[in-house]
Design a protein around this ligand. Structure first.
Ligand SMILES: NC(=O)c1ccc[n+]([C@@H]2O[C@H](COP(=O)([O-])OP(=O)(O)OC[C@H]3O[C@@H](n4cnc5c(N)ncnc54)[C@H](O)[C@@H]3O)[C@@H](O)[C@H]2O)c1
Length: 392
C-alpha cells in the first residue's frame, strides 16, 4: 500500500465539515489536509484551530495553493455551482457535497468544464461505497435475487428544522426532501440498478409554513414527493421523499428480484442491516448487520465466498454499525489520482442524479412522464485496492 498523499483544501466550515475533517485528519491515510476556507474568516480560523490545519485562508488563497490537488466544496447547495466553477477554473479536482449543482444545465456546465480541463468533478454521497450498500451489490452481482423487478425507496421525516442549527435553506429553492435526501436514495438505486429511464411524480407542500428557529418561514419548495421510476434495466418502483411525515414504518429501501428480495440499509449511512430473502426457500430471510468499513466485503469477495449464508452471517454486529465514514469518496478519488484509474464516483453518475432530482420536480409541475437524457455506468464495486482507513 502506497503511503503517498494527495493535498486537500476544504471550502465551507459549517455543520457537515466536522465529520469530514475528523475523518480526513484521523482516518483517511491518503489525504493531507492543507487549508480550510469559509466566506466567514472566523469560521475558517475556528476550524483551523480545532483540527490543527496548517492554513485558514480566503477561498482565493486556497485555490492558489499549489499543494492542493482536490478541493472539497462543503458550502450550501445554492453556492455549489459558483464555487465548483471557481475550483475547476483554478485547475483543481472537485469533490462537492451533494448535489453537484441545483440546476441540471449547471451540472452539465460543471462536468463539461472538468472534461475540458482534464479534471475530476464528482459529488457526494459516498455512502453507497460503505459495507451496507456494497453487500447488497455483491448479492445482486452474485445473482441472488435474479433479475431486478421492482423496488421501494422511502425517506420520511418531520423536517430538518427539528435538529439543524441553520435550517432555513432546506425550505428555499434547491432545498426540500428531494434535493436534500434524494441524492442518497437515487445514487444508491443507480449503484444497484444502473441508470434511470423515466420518472413520474406528484409533489405537494404538506406543511407550507415551517417553524424555523422560532420564525414562520414559507416553504418555497414541495416537501412531500411520491414518484414512480423506471430503470433502464426494466425495474420499476416508487420513491417517497417527505419532510411532512411525523412517523412511519416504511423501509428505507427494498429491491425485489425474480429470485429473491433484499432489504437495503439506510442509504444515508455506510453500514446497517442487510436482509436477504431467497425466493426458493421463502421462509429463509437472512439478516446481517454490516460494519461501515467495506474491508470484510472485500475479503469475502477475494475468498469467493457467498455474501450472506444462513449458517454463517459474515458480518459481526458492530457497536455502531451505521458509522459515519464521510470522505470515503474523496479518499477513493485521491487514490484514483495516485493510481491513474477512474474514481468510483463518476461525473456521469453525479450528473445523472442531478438530472433525476430536477426530473421529479419537472414531472410533478408539468404532470408528465420525464424521459432521462443522461445515462451512466454503475460504479465499480469496492475492491482490494481500497484499504485507506486507519485510526491515527
Ligand atoms: N448538515 C448535514 O447533516 C449534512 C449532511 C450531509 C450533507 N450535507 C451537505 O453539506 C453541505 C453543507 O451543509 P451544512 O449543513 O454543513 O451547511 P452549513 O450552513 O452548516 O455550512 C455551510 C458553510 O459554507 C459556508 N459558505 C456558504 N457559501 C459559501 C461560499 N460561497 N464561499 C465560502 N463559504 C461559503 C458558510 O459560511 C458555512 O460555514 C450541503 O451541500 C448539504 O447538502 C449536510
Amino acid at each position: 500500500m502506497s503511503e503517498k498523499k494527495i493535498g486537500i483544501g476544504v471550502i465551507g466550515c459549517g455543520t457537515i465539515s466536522d465529520v469530514y475533517l475528523t475523518n480526513i485528519t484521523q482516518h483517511y491515510r491518503n489525504l493531507d489536509l492543507i487549508a480550510v476556507a469559509d466566506m466567514f474568516p472566523e469560521k475558517a480560523k475556528m476550524t483551523q484551530a480545532k483540527y490543527n490545519v496548517p492554513k485558514a485562508c480566503t477561498v482565493e488563497e486556497l485555490l492558489a495553493d499549489e499543494k492542493i490537488q482536490i478541493v472539497l466544496n462543503l458550502t450550501i447547495p445554492a453556492a455549489h455551482y459558483d464555487v465548483n466553477m471557481q475550483i475547476l477554473n483554478a485547475g483543481k479536482h472537485l469533490y462537492c457535497e451533494k448535489p453537484l449543482t441545483l440546476k441540471f444545465e449547471d451540472a452539465v456546465k460543471v462536468v463539461e468544464t472538468a472534461k475540458e480541463k482534464g479534471l475530476k468533478a464528482v459529488s457526494a454521497p459516498d455512502t453507497f461505497l460503505g459495507a451496507g450498500a456494497q453487500t447488497c451489490r455483491v448479492l445482486m452481482e452474485e445473482g441472488k435475487i435474479g433479475e431486478p423487478i421492482g423496488f421501494t425507496a422511502n425517506m420520511t421525516c418531520p423536517g430538518h428544522e427539528l435538529w439543524h442549527p441553520a435550517p432555513g435553506f432546506y425550505y428555499k429553492k434547491g432545498g426540500g426532501p428531494m434535493f436534500d435526501m434524494g441524492p442518497y436514495y437515487i445514487t444508491t438505486l443507480v449503484a444497484l440498478l444502473g441508470p434511470i429511464k423515466k420518472i413520474s411524480c406528484f409533489a405537494i407542500k404538506g406543511r407550507p409554513v415551517r417553524n424555523v428557529l422560532g420564525m414562520q418561514q414559507e416553504s418555497e419548495v414541495p416537501t412531500h414527493y411520491t414518484a414512480i421510476v423506471e430503470f433502464v434495466c426494466g425495474a420499476v418502483g416508487n420513491v417517497n421523499m417527505s419532510f411532512d411525515v411525523w412517523n412511519s414504518e416504511l423501509p428505507c429501501m427494498e429491491i425485489y428480484g425474480s429470485e429473491g428480495s433484499i432489504s437495503v440499509p439506510d442509504p444515508n449511512m455506510f453500514g446497517g442491516q442487510v436482509k436477504f430473502c431467497d425466493g426458493k426457500k421463502l421462509e429463509g430471510i437472512v439478516g446481517a448487520v454490516t460494519e461501515p468499513h467495506p474491508a470484510k466485503i472485500i475479503a469475502m469477495m477475494t475468498n469467493q465466498k457467498s455474501c450472506i449464508t444462513e449458517q454463517e452471517p459474515l458480518f459481526a454486529s458492530d457497536p455502531d454499525p451505521r458509522g459515519n465514514m464521510r470522505g470515503l469518496g474523496v479518499s477513493d478519488m485521491a487514490q484514483a489520482l495516485l493510481d491513474g484509474r477512474k474514481s468510483r464516483l463518476s461525473s456521469e453518475i453525479s450528473l445523472h442524479v442531478v438530472e433525476a432530482l430536477n426530473a421529479f420536480e419537472t414531472a410533478a409541475e408539468t404532470n408528465t412522464v420525464y424521459e432521462m437524457k443522461t445515462t451512466c455506468q454503475k460504479p465499480e464495486m469496492m475492491g482490494q485496492d481500497w484499504d485507506l482507513w486507519e485510526v491515527r
